[in-house]
Design a protein around this ligand. Structure first.
Ligand SMILES: *[C@@H]1O[C@H](CO)[C@@H](O)[C@H](O)[C@H]1NC(C)=O
Ligand SMILES: *[C@@H]1O[C@H](CO)[C@@H](O)[C@H](O)[C@H]1NC(C)=O
Ligand SMILES: *[C@@H]1O[C@H](CO)[C@@H](O)[C@H](O)[C@H]1NC(C)=O
Ligand SMILES: *[C@@H]1O[C@H](CO)[C@@H](O)[C@H](O)[C@H]1NC(C)=O
Ligand SMILES: *[C@@H]1O[C@H](CO)[C@@H](O)[C@H](O)[C@H]1NC(C)=O
Ligand SMILES: *[C@@H]1O[C@H](CO)[C@@H](O)[C@H](O)[C@H]1NC(C)=O
Length: 653
């Protein structure tokens, strides 16, 4: 053996011993010959679960991720909602509960890979599918298409976001193995391949050539037709109970080779106000999951934990039907992160296919019933107008939309006067169904009725010419799916009184969240002559109360649920944190999740309620209640049913 040969041998030996761990680059790719993914050259399959950081307080991210890891998952999937990070053009927020970098780092530290879905459109039962409402400043914008105004905004946003994401790619040492482009684009009417091609180039230019980019569509050729293009790996989504083989055949039409992937395997389903709470049986979820895994397919369970639409973040379906505050989804971990039978059923299935981690599973967090809290009436919206409308009113002949008034979420008060005396009940109407989405109407300080998109377009009014008409309009969440996502809010068409168009509007954009957190809504000095209200309805008003968490009890504060018995509809804050909407009168959600991290033991906890219809306080003291048991399934009269997407034979036609 020549000296050269000996040193070469030594080098080879060293390489064999250490080389792989020292210098083999991290890689993640699609293996078309092997019909699988490859991670660092090895055959790889993911078993993933969806978790949306935007629906979980940062303080609980680690707890939820650990529970997912302990279930046997090796990956998580998350969306990035654009409107959560860029609430107004060019003003970005990536801190606190919006610190997606921290979330990605936690996932990696725990041992979970990440499948990232940065949109720009995400659907997700999230306001406007994650698109910022300010895109509607261009009135005629065609969202999710090559429309230059839309593309310019997308380019700018992705130019900010994707460079932040790049260091978290697997090949750069991070947890992200694949990145989705758009979301279920094949279900959208536009079918604009130039748009998908543009996004592909954009993602590649920021993230590089190596990253695996993919699309997700319903498991049917009609979806895949407009949803998939070359250079983006096509995956499908479908729920339990159907024919798994046939569903993957749809993916095989688009991708004859490569890994089988179900990107959204529905472990539960969403709710809408006024429908029954959706439940999907653990047995059905376990059975189809077993079939998917037995085929060697990759799977992501949607949702593994749903979480909460805090504040105003819920979306809505068409015909208009908004989603409630809870996004529990009947997922294996509840809204509050609790372990369920479904969690353990799924874990048992995963166990048959991969070694699952040993050790204790983080327990369900304890819940505390703090009990009843007395509430006092503070002020009506119109009493508090000066404190709520920082920018002052805007006047115009005809009503303007939220967008024109530069307000994204919440409530706007539209005020005008009766142009003529209405001595008999006269219809005040929105003939073009332009109340988006619900309005609380009063005349001269007396509540007279409620208007609701698609449900009630007329209320009768009486009063003298010159009487003040107040219409408080609530944005109940923008449509997040389908062709109606350009969902303008407020009074989006003219109101009529009898046959005349109402004119001369004064509009107040309300900054309620700011007023609540700055403690501006004190108790009003009593005016002796509040006009008597008809029993069924009262003026939209704020109520306040507080409770002290006893410090003699260890481990407080703990999570809890707030319940508003006999209250009708509104919004609730604790210590200035907007918990979301309550509407027990419609259901199915009755309690709202209150995470412990917003509670204090150092000072009284302040509860603020905006009741829009009628508080139970007119006949004496009234309360809200803190309980340790959630109620998400109260019986309702079903107005509207959204069907769970099962794979159907004709999807293949
Ligand atoms: C950014 O978002 C966090 C979390 O919601 C919030 O606490 C913070 O106030 C926001 N920052 C700005 C500047 O709006
Ligand atoms: C499921 O679909 C496959 C492929 O289309 C078919 O061969 C099989 O018979 C179906 N199974 C059932 C139970 O219908
Ligand atoms: C308004 O009043 C008219 C006449 O009294 C009545 O027929 C109609 O049903 C009322 N409409 C509403 C929405 O209450
Ligand atoms: C209201 O009616 C006027 C007069 O017909 C019209 O010019 C205006 O565009 C309408 N406004 C809306 C929001 O429909
Ligand atoms: C509740 O409000 C009171 C009075 O404004 C304030 O002193 C207290 O700090 C608030 N509590 C919390 C937890 O912020
Ligand atoms: C709601 O769910 C609970 C817990 O699963 C169950 O005990 C109760 O019967 C359900 N109520 C309704 C109205 O379905």
């Amino acid at each position: 053996m020549s000296p050269l040969g000996a040193s070469t041998m030594l080098l080879l030996l060293l390489l064999l011993l250490f080389g792989q761990s020292l210098s083999a680059p991290r890689s993640f790719s699609v293996d078309y010959q092997g019909d699988c993914f490859r991670k660092d050259g090895e055959k790889f399959r993911y078993i993933s679960g969806s978790i949306h950081y935007s629906r979980i307080p940062r303080a609980y991210w680690k707890d939820r991720l650990l529970k997912m890891y302990m279930a046997g998952l090796n990956a998580i999937q998350t969306y990035i909602p654009w409107n959560f990070h860029e609430e107004s053009p060019g003003r970005y927020n990536f801190s606190g509960d919006r610190d997606v970098g921290h979330f990605l780092q936690l996932a990696q530290d725990i041992g979970l890979l990440v499948i990232l879905r940065p949109g720009p459109y995400i659907c997700a039962e999230w306001d406007m599918g994650g698109l910022p409402a300010w895109l509607l400043n261009k009135q005629k914008i065609v969202l999710r298409s090559s429309d230059p105004d839309y593309i310019a905004a997308v380019d700018k946003w992705m130019g900010k976001l994707l460079p932040m994401i790049k260091p978290y790619l697997y090949q750069n040492g991070g947890p992200i193995i694949t990145v989705q482009v758009e979301n279920e684009y094949g279900s959208y009417f536009a079918c604009d391949y130039n748009y998908l091609r543009h996004l592909t180039k954009l993602f590649r230019s920021h993230l590089g050539e190596e990253v695996v980019l993919f699309t997700t569509d319903g498991a049917g050729l009609n979806y895949l037709k407009c949803g998939s293009i070359q250079d983006l790996y096509a995956t499908v989504d479908f729920g339990p109970g159907g024919n798994v083989t046939a569903a993957f055949e749809a993916q095989r039409h688009a991708e004859p080779h490569g890994p089988l992937v179900n990107s959204e395997y529905y472990a539960g389903w969403l709710d809408n106000w006024g429908t029954h709470h959706s439940v999907v049986s653990s047995a059905a979820v376990a059975k189809s999951l077993n079939e998917i895994l037995a085929m060697g397919a990759n799977v992501n369970l949607y949702m593994f934990i749903g979480g909460t639409n805090f504040g105003y973040w819920n979306g809505a379906n068409e015909p208009y039907s908004s989603q409630p505050t809870s996004y529990d989804y009947d997922a294996p971990l509840t809204e509050a992160g609790d372990l369920t039978d479904k969690y353990f059923a799924i874990r048992e299935v995963i166990k048959m296919y991969r070694k699952i981690p040993e050790g204790p599973i983080p327990p369900t967090t304890p819940k505390y019933a703090y009990g009843a809290v007395g509430m006092k009436k503070l002020q009506t919206i119109s009493d508090a107008l000066e404190k709520l409308s920082f920018s002052g009113p805007v006047k115009s002949m005809y009503p303007q939309t939220f967008t024109e008034l530069n307000q994204a979420f919440g409530y706007v008060l539209y005020r005008t006067t009766l142009p003529v005396t209405c001595s008999t009940p006269t219809p005040l109407s929105s003939p073009l169904n332009g109340v988006h989405d619900r309005a609380y109407v009063s005349v001269d300080g007396v509540a007279v009725g409620i208007l609701e998109r698609y449900k009630a377009i007329t209320v009768n009014v009486t009063g003298k010419a010159g009487s003040q008409v107040d219409i408080l309009v609530e944005n109940m969440g923008r449509i997040n799916y389908g062709s109606g996502i350009n969902d303008f809010k407020g009074l989006v068409s003219n109101m009529t009184l009898g046959r005349d168009t109402l004119t001369g509007w004064t509009m107040y954009s309300l900054s309620i969240d700011e007023a609540v957190s700055r403690g501006l809504l004190g108790e009003k000095e009593r005016k002796p002559t509040a006009p008597p209200q008809p029993a069924a309805l009262s003026l939209p008003a704020f109520y306040g109360g507080s409770f002290i968490i006893p410090n003699g009890i260890p481990d407080l504060p703990q999570d809890t649920y707030i319940k508003l018995p006999k209250w009708r509809k509104g919004q609730v804050w604790i210590n200035g944190f907007n918990l979301g909407r309550y509407w027990p009168a419609r259901g199915p959600q009755v309690t709202l999740f209150v995470p412990a991290n917003i509670l204090s033991t150092a000072a009284p906890n302040n509860v603020t309620v905006l009741e829009l219809e009628e508080a139970p306080c007119s006949s004496g003291p009234c309360t809200v209640e803190f309980t340790n048991t959630p109620i998400l399934n109260a019986t309702v009269t079903s107005h509207y049913k959204q069907h769970r997407r099962l794979f159907a034979k004709d999807d293949l036609l």
